[in-house]
Ligand binder design. Sequence first.
Ligand SMILES: Nc1ncnc2c1ncn2[C@@H]1O[C@H](COP(=O)(O)OP(=O)(O)OP(=O)(O)O)[C@@H](O)[C@H]1O
Length: 338
Amino acid sequence: MAGVNLQLRHAYSIAQFVPTVSSPPPLPTQRVRLGTSPSRVLLCNLRANSAAAPILRTTRRSVIVSASSVSSAVDSDSLVEDRDDVGRIPLLEVRDLRAVIAESRQEILKGVNLVVYEGEVHAVMGKNGSGKSTFSKVLVGHPDYEVTGGSIVFKGQNLLDMEPEDRSLAGLFMSFQSPVEIPGVSNMDFLNMAFNARKRKLGQPELDPIQFYSHLVSKLEVVNMKTDFLNRNVNEGFSGGERKRNEILQLAVLGAELAILDEIDSGLDVDALQDVAKAVNGLLTPKNSVLMITHYQRLLDYIKPTLIHIMENGRIIKTGDNSLAKLLEKEGYKAISG
Ligand SMILES: Nc1ncnc2c1ncn2[C@@H]1O[C@H](COP(=O)(O)OP(=O)(O)OP(=O)(O)O)[C@@H](O)[C@H]1O
């Protein structure tokens, strides 16, 4: 693979440091300090996930099942409306969200409706190519997509009016399917800068490197990562599973009101899956919520969802409880989409 080099860019407001593929990469041999907004650096994932990181989609399942067995699945709107929501304020409210690929104008999201309340865990499942990742990327403001209709309200604010960086600082965290490397930037520096940027935004005191280290070590224990990873450059040479753990470390360190986890279980061995799930569960509070995209019931055995949504062709077509995922695991999507 060609190397990934950090280059200063001004084309997008989301990231001044955008990893781009370049010919022979002069890999940095020493730690560099970034003279830019750390949350922008954090959001370089947005660009990199579309431009530099290859996304492999090879699994397409075909299963024959009986539609009559969908006892737990109902139309999403009715189940969402039936919830005991009296007096509760939605953390995230998505209404009739439509989005196209900015370049080709192809419509991918065709009217997504979803409401997440504080303290809830939502899982989005669906066949390959149904629009799950696009949905999560649109939530964080990925520049590859343009919203053409509908609304997204996060903590009472119109998310669509906010730059990706501001969405992140407002408490939206996204763990990408393919976390990118950031050569030349140590994990420790990266986390410290991003952490302090959020503190500044919240009007809270920043931590100096020594205070931050103590904070960080406690979080390392949560995700069961060795301290060695702090001095390594972000994701550089990390295995797939280590990258996923590192994403959860970022979440643990930065905190977020809503964590969007895109296939956090992919590529994890059984022990790593349990560690990651334990860490995510440990971060859940009555105020924090998780929206996770997954293909497999096994993750939901560890992180219990409040609701499961099935996405098909850019819409949520069913919402149900955990039995919906069990049904899918057993019988496949034909049980739902016919
Ligand atoms: N930037 C893009 N350029 C071209 N096509 C895109 C782009 N983003 C999404 N698509 C297309 O939109 C559709 C939905 O993709 P998306 O990644 O959201 O699906 P998904 O449900 O997450 O799939 P998977 O389960 O395989 O990860 C796919 O057909 C994909 O090829």
